[in-house]
Write a protein that binds this ligand. Structure first.
Ligand SMILES: [Zn+2]
Length: 182
């Protein structure tokens, strides 16, 4: 088996980011995507982001996502959140898996994630292969592992989300400076 070597600074940034997202409320939104109508608050849904290993025990990391009702067409709309359609795993984790599927088998990717205390089954990782296009995910490589900026920048994105309401570009962090952290 190949050994997993991740610089401690990188694993700290990722683990802290995932821990920070636990319980975060995503509520920024724009107008109704169906008709352009005005949205009003409806309720808040809890969604699992990923499972982490904490003191040897699995623990769910969940986020809260506001749902809004269109005043005009009455449809329910989710606020912007770090998920892809129909994938029940946080998008930065999906980005990590789909990028590394280019160069590593799924069981090795699962092992890399485990070394970050992030638990994702190889079968889940394999299932991401068909519905993803990792071509345009920005990343940094360390020791043969591809780290998407979306995963390295979770904490920073949460701070920006708190500062600017209605920021549609959360988790689309292309080109954002990552060289100055820590
Ligand atoms: Zn509408």
């Amino acid at each position: 088996m190949k050994k997993v070597a991740i610089p401690p600074m990188v694993s700290d940034i990722i683990e802290n980011g995932v821990i920070n997202i636990n319980g975060f409320l995503f509520d920024s939104h724009d107008i109704c995507p169906h008709c352009g109508g005005e949205l009003k608050n409806h309720d808040i849904k809890k969604k699992k982001f990923v499972t982490m290993q904490k003191n040897g025990e699995p623990e769910n990391i969940t986020v809260n996502i506001r749902r809004l009702r269109c005043r005009n067409c009455k449809k329910l709309v989710y606020a912007d959140s770090p998920f892809y359609d129909n994938i029940r795993l946080g998008s930065p984790i999906v980005d990590f898996c789909t990028l590394n599927l280019r160069i590593h088998p799924a069981n090795h990717i699962s092992k890399i994630l485990r070394s970050l205390n992030i638990l994702v089954n190889p079968s889940t990782i394999r299932s991401l292969k068909k519905n993803s296009n990792p071509g345009d995910i920005p990343y940094i490589e360390f020791h043969g592992i591809l780290f998407p900026l979306s995963l390295l920048n979770i904490s920073e994105s949460l701070r920006n989300e708190e500062i600017s309401e209605g920021n549609m570009l959360i988790f689309q962090m292309t080109g954002r400076n990552t060289g100055t952290k820590k």
